[in-house]
Design a protein around this ligand. Structure first.
Ligand SMILES: Cc1cc2nc3c(=O)[nH]c(=O)nc-3n(C[C@H](O)[C@H](O)[C@H](O)COP(=O)(O)O)c2cc1C
Length: 285
C-alpha cells in the first residue's frame, strides 16, 4: 500500500498523482486556521531538505466545508492528519471528523517539529482522541523520542490502531555567507534520503515492540527503499520529500517495488513483510 506523507502532496492540485495512491493523507489540520511560520520555510541541504511550514492549514471547518467534498470526488480512501496544542484539540478534531464516512482513518500528528508541543504525553492525546472517534487512529511519532519503542507501546495501550513512522527531525541550515539561519523559523524539520536509516530503525523497533500496523516513511525514494521498510515491519509506505522532485513517484515506486519483489523471489508484499526480523544479521566469514 502506497500513501503520500502528510504535507507533501496537494491532491487538489495534482489529482492524477493522488489517484495513483492507495490512500491520500491530508496536510495536518488544526482546530483553527493557521498561516504557518514566517518565510523562508524550505531549505535544501547537502543531503536532504529542511522545512518549517508550521502547520499552515484552513482549520477543520475550512477543510470540511471547502476541501473534503472535492477530495472525496477523487475516489481515493482519505486519511485526515490532525494536530493541536493540547489533547482537547485532538479530541475536538476527532469528534468533528467522526461523522464523515468518507474519512477512513485519522492520523494524529504527535510530532510536528515546527510548532509548540502539547503539554500532555502522546498516550494521553491518543486516549483523548480514542474517546471521541470510532475511526482507525494512527499515531505519528517522532524518531527523536528518547525511548521510541516505549512511546509506541504507550500509544498502543491508549488505543492507537497503527503507527505512522516517522516525522521529520530538527535540523539547522546556515547561510553560506552570513552564517545566519536560512529558515525564518531558524530550526526546521529534516527530511529526505538521509532520514532513511533512522526511519528504518524506528519501524524495526516499533514493530518488535507492538506488532501494530505501521506506515513507514522517511527518505523513501525508490522501490528498493520501499522493500526495506516492508522487511523492517511496515504494512504500508508513504512518500514525502521525493514528491517534490518526482511528482510521479507513486507509480514509479510501485513498479520498482514489483521488480524488487520479483528479483528477491517474493510473490507479494505480504512475503516481504517482516523479513528483516526473520533473516537475522548477515554474518561475514
Ligand atoms: C514540506 C513538508 C511539509 C510537511 N508537513 C507535514 C504535516 O503537515 N504533517 C505531518 O504529520 N508531517 C508533515 N511532514 C512530514 C512528512 O509527512 C514525513 O513524515 C517526513 O517528511 C519524512 O518523510 P520523507 O523523508 O519521505 O519526506 C512534512 C514534510 C515536508 C517535507
Amino acid at each position: 500500500m502506497i500513501l503520500n506523507a502528510s504535507g507533501c502532496l496537494d491532491a487538489l492540485e495534482a489529482p492524477e498523482v493522488a489517484r495513483s495512491l492507495d490512500a491520500f493523507v491530508t496536510k495536518t489540520v488544526t482546530p483553527l486556521p493557521r498561516e504557518g511560520n514566517r518565510p523562508v520555510r524550505i531549505a535544501e541541504t547537502e543531503a536532504g531538505m529542511l522545512n518549517s511550514i508550521g502547520l499552515e492549514n484552513p482549520g477543520i471547518e475550512g477543510l470540511l466545508r471547502d476541501k473534503l467534498p472535492r477530495l472525496t470526488e477523487l475516489g481515493v480512501p482519505l486519511w485526515v492528519s490532525v494536530g493541536g496544542f493540547a489533547a482537547a484539540d485532538y479530541a475536538e478534531l476527532c469528534a468533528a471528523l467522526d461523522g464523515h464516512e468518507e474519512v477512513t482513518t485519522i492520523e494524529l500528528n504527535l510530532s510536528c517539529p515546527n510548532v509548540e508541543e502539547a503539554p500532555e504525553s502522546a498516550a494521553e492525546i491518543v486516549a483523548a482522541a480514542r474517546e471521541r472517534t470510532g475511526k482507525l487512529l494512527y499515531a505519528k511519532l517522532s524518531p527523536a523520542a528518547a525511548d521510541l519503542p516505549d512511546v509506541a507501546r504507550s500509544v498502543q495501550a491508549a488505543g492507537a490502531d497503527g503507527l505512522s513512522l516517522v516525522n521529520t527531525i530538527h535540523g539547522l541550515a546556515l547561510d553560506e555567507r552570513t552564517l545566519a539561519p536560512r529558515l525564518g523559523h531558524e530550526l526546521g524539520g529534516y527530511s529526505g534520503a538521509a532520514l532513511k536509516p533512522i526511519a528504518l530503525a524506528a519501524v524495526y523497533q516499533c514493530y518488535r515492540a507492538t506488532g501494530l500496523p505501521i506506515v513507514g516513511m522517511g527518505g523513501i525514494m525508490t522501490g528498493r527503499d520501499a522493500l526495506e521498510f516492508l522487511a523492517a515491519g511496515a504494512r504500508a509506505i508513504a512518500l514525502g520529500t521525493v514528491l517534490f522532485a518526482d511528482p510521479h513517484a507513486p507509480s514509479r515506486v510501485r513498479r520498482e517495488l514489483a521488480d524488487e519483489l520479483a528479483a528477491h523471489g517474493l510473490a507479494s508484499t505480504e512475503d516481504a513483510f517482516g523479513l528483516a526480523h526473520r533473516a537475522g544479521p548477515v554474518r561475514v566469514a
